[in-house]
Design a protein around this ligand. Sequence first.
Ligand code: SF4
Ligand code: SF4
Length: 349
Amino acid sequence: MPAVYIKNKRSIASILKIALIPVINGFAKYAWRSIPRSAYLGASPIRLNLAITRKCNANCVFCAYQFARKEDTVHMSDAIFKLALQRMRHARIRQVMMSPNIGEPLMAPMFMDKLSQLRAIGVDQIEVTTNGLLLHRTDARKFLLNGPDKINLSFAGFDQAMYERDYRVRHFERTRDSILKLLRENRLLGNKREINIRLRGDLPVDVLLAAPEMEEVMQLAHSVEVMTEVDDWLGLITKDILPEGYILQKEAPELTLRPCMLLWDLTVHPDGDIHLCACRNVYGDPRLHIGNIKEMDLVEAHGKIGDILDEWESGNVPTTCKTCSMYCDPANGLIGRRREIRQDAALKS
Ligand code: SF4
Ligand code: SF4
């Protein structure tokens, strides 16, 4: 979804590299067919998107969760989670993102215990996106010491009426306090975790940023990003169901014959099904389905990604992707991905 970064910490070296990126991306687009798959897929999975739950305790007006089928809004069972751990250990996966598509990860039973189990098998980079509604249940210091490495907080903004209108839940004050407490505690711990604030409210950007709490948030958060347009979630979200202040995304990126880079990583759903795309593939498009962890390990599943990319490159784009406005040109992600693959290989050697 279109968004604007208000704050994003970057090193000088990375800023210098950014200047070269358009040139390299342009070349990658031109030469895409000659770039070997191994350059962006690597030899085995480097990251797994793990949907430990598809339940959510909010009901955001801009999210497809409100249309989710009851049978899809479930927690991952202990048996599937245990099997996923075995598969991850075998594939030596070090990076896990725990909130693909829809769902509030902190609602998953024994969330912190699940994190410990992931760490125990060698996962050392855990990312979650949370609405923060349950943060009050865990001591902020403990959450930071033992919790995820990267915490993306999805929050409407510091305005109670807007929060209730957009997220359609109560507990604004409690959630606000939890977010501020987490940021302050993280500073006391020397910024142990990366905390990114994602403002998703319907008020204009300047109004969202003018809230009194934002001065402190700007100082303490690793990054602050504000959504400026709402994606239509494959046509599910329409202007008539959105509060007036939201702007529906006007233009979608043009699809090319370069398969979307969201297809580079596997996603395991609560039933063990392995799909591609942790973003908009909420209904399990059969064309993006690879198998199930009950019958296939993750290295084998990773080896099948190329078949789906082949189909796309031959012009047979998956149905879900045809109507998706979140397409990410892989040429634009090639440099970062190469770096990730190299770092992953070095740490595993
Ligand atoms: S908190 Fe996230 S998953 Fe839940 S309804 Fe809002 S955007 Fe969707
Ligand atoms: S185009 Fe959309 S649905 Fe397809 S892989 Fe990319 S983000 Fe997912």
